[in-house]
Write a new protein. Structure first.
Length: 90
């Protein structure tokens, strides 16, 4: 019976694509939320049938961002560590 050596892994960290996507959507969400709260006038609301589109889109993007960050924290991507890697394993 052959025993397998366990594969050492580490977290992908900043190279996790979910964190990059969440950073971008978070920035857009903040900008849209601020625009919806502070810079929307009555004429723009009339064009959108009384709905503050910037505010709701910004809030939606912030919720999406929070879910992506939660997903990345709860289920991190693990990459195998090779013998020559100098970075310490977690």
């Amino acid at each position: 019976m052959a025993t397998e050596t366990p594969v050492r892994t580490r977290r992908a960290g900043a190279f996790d694509i979910r964190l990059i996507i969440s950073l971008l959507t978070g920035v857009y969400g903040i900008v849209l939320t601020v625009m919806g709260l502070a810079f929307t006038d009555e004429a723009q609301l009339q064009k959108a049938a009384g709905v503050n589109i910037n505010l709701w889109a910004g809030v939606g993007l912030l919720v999406f961002t929070a879910l992506f960050v939660l997903w990345a924290v709860v289920r991190p991507i693990r990459v195998p560590v090779t013998e020559g890697d100098e970075t310490p394993a977690e």
